[in-house]
Design a protein around this ligand. Structure first.
Ligand code: BTN
Length: 257
């Protein structure tokens, strides 16, 4: 197991923040998202880190491979009061906070970008993926599980991933201290989330931040059978391609304009 992660320090740091009713590190688990799905009734706010996942999942039924050992993998369970029509924005809010926190450690010169709706990219390679899932039960506040896989250390060796994914350490040479990163991330995440729930509206500051750091901006993209120049995201967090609004989907191809 990768010794660059000090999980005892991560636990101590997160417990000291006092933001969660449940903080766990698991040696091995199928998927941290699935773990929280099974225990979502036991607490209001929880976070689970995994040293290893045997069934890590990505969006749209994809697999999240992380056997190389340098990936920080965790999921959070939150139960915020947010209107249904804007709750999906939590994924992009999370991406913006991951981006901001990474840039704090690496500096802005490396061109770390946010790719709609759930990836962080560096030099055309994915360094972080976010999987947000929602549990809706009649009569209960809905639960949101946000799973994050952040490639911090070493190099990706899996031959199916080596051309499309990389790590912060490999691309920048910067060693990000994981417990410090986690602390900064949670402080900023819950500040932004509280603002989002309090106002119950999508912040124009976050939209601007994402557009300023948007991987797809001004590129020709194909998504949901629409091909055209990407104009970023609109005030609702929807992708704009060729002037058309894309609410959800995958970006199938990207090329320079
Ligand atoms: C994606 O890129 O499609 C999202 C990837 C999300 C991976 C993380 S790793 C921790 C958490 N547990 C999972 O099974 N998936 C997320």
């Amino acid at each position: 197991m990768n010794s660059k992660f000090d999980y005892d320090k991560i636990i101590e740091t997160v417990e000291n923040l006092g933001m969660f009713d449940c903080v766990k590190v698991l040696d091995v688990v199928g998927s941290t998202n699935d773990y929280l799905k099974e225990s979502y009734n036991d607490f209001d706010r929880g976070v689970v880190f995994a040293k290893r996942q045997t069934n890590g999942r990505g969006r749209l039924g994809r697999t999240w491979l992380s056997e190389y050992g340098g990936c920080l993998m965790f999921s959070m369970l939150i139960k915020p009061e947010i209107s249904d029509d804007i709750v999906a924005f939590v994924t992009q809010l999370t991406a913006s906070v991951i981006h901001k926190t990474l840039v704090k450690y690496t500096g802005s010169g490396y061109g770390i970008k946010i790719k709609w709706p759930n990836d962080i990219m560096l030099r055309d390679k994915k360094i972080c993926g976010i999987l947000t899932e929602r549990i809706v039960m009649r009569g209960e506040k809905s639960s949101i599980i946000i799973g994050i896989g952040l490639n911090l250390y070493e190099s990706i060796t899996d031959e199916t991933l080596v051309d499309i994914a990389s790590t912060i350490e490999k691309e920048t040479g910067v060693f990000v201290n994981s417990s410090e990163f986690i602390k900064d991330f949670f402080l900023e995440f819950f500040r932004a989330l509280e603002n989002f729930t309090f106002k119950n509206t999508i912040s124009s500051d976050i939209i601007s931040y994402i557009n300023e750091n948007f991987y797809l901006m001004d590129k020709v993209v194909t998504t949901n059978d629409v091909t055209g120049v990407c104009g970023g995201i609109d005030e609702s967090g929807h992708l704009v391609v060729d002037g058309k609004k894309i609410i959800s989907g995958i970006v199938e191809s990207v090329s320079e304009y």
